[in-house]
Ligand binder design. Structure first.
Ligand code: FES
Length: 157
């Protein structure tokens, strides 16, 4: 185990020790574990399961049910596609479809090169610009699907 990983597991152990006797400790422990590791790799799920003496399938179930948990590392660029009402009626589904096609991943996943994570999200608070996507902190509004390849190309450079 690398030193960095060792420190992360020590931090996780501390969190578990602090919270293990609290009711409903699993979610906050998983949240903190994700803060520490950036996502919830299998070895971390196994570790939490062992420490809390629960089946790892319980942890996997929670991790896949709640959108805030990631089972794989996030990409360098997080693409958030607004699926709020205003964006939806202006064609955000087609924008999402185009992103899935260009990136060759479904929503919720990360490209193999680790560059992009694609997420469908709730209202991003820029409804006047519908349909809207964000790439990290950059906002793109009034989008049409044919603009997507150009936007992605910019970040691939
Ligand atoms: S509905 Fe998309 S920004 Fe509000």
């Amino acid at each position: 185990m690398s030193l960095e990983n060792k420190e992360k597991f020590e931090a996780l152990q501390q969190v578990i020790d602090e919270l293990r006797n609290e009711p409903g400790a699993l979610m906050p422990i998983m949240q903190k574990a994700q803060d520490i590791f950036g996502y919830l790799p299998e070895e971390v799920q196994n570790y939490i399961a062992k420490e809390l003496d629960i089946p790892v399938s319980d942890i996997y179930g929670v991790a896949t049910f709640y959108a805030q948990f990631n089972l794989e590392p996030k990409g360098k660029y997080i693409i958030s596609v607004c699926m709020g009402t205003a964006c939806y009626v202006k064609g955000s589904q087609q924008v999402l479809d185009k992103l899935e096609e260009v990136l060759e991943i479904p929503a919720g996943r990360t490209t193999k090169d680790g560059l992009f994570t694609l997420n469908a999200t709730r209202c991003l608070g820029a409804c006047g610009l519908a349909p809207v996507i964000m790439v990290n902190d950059d906002v793109y509004g009034r989008l049409t699907p044919d603009q997507i390849p150009g936007i992605i190309a910019k970040y691939r450079q």
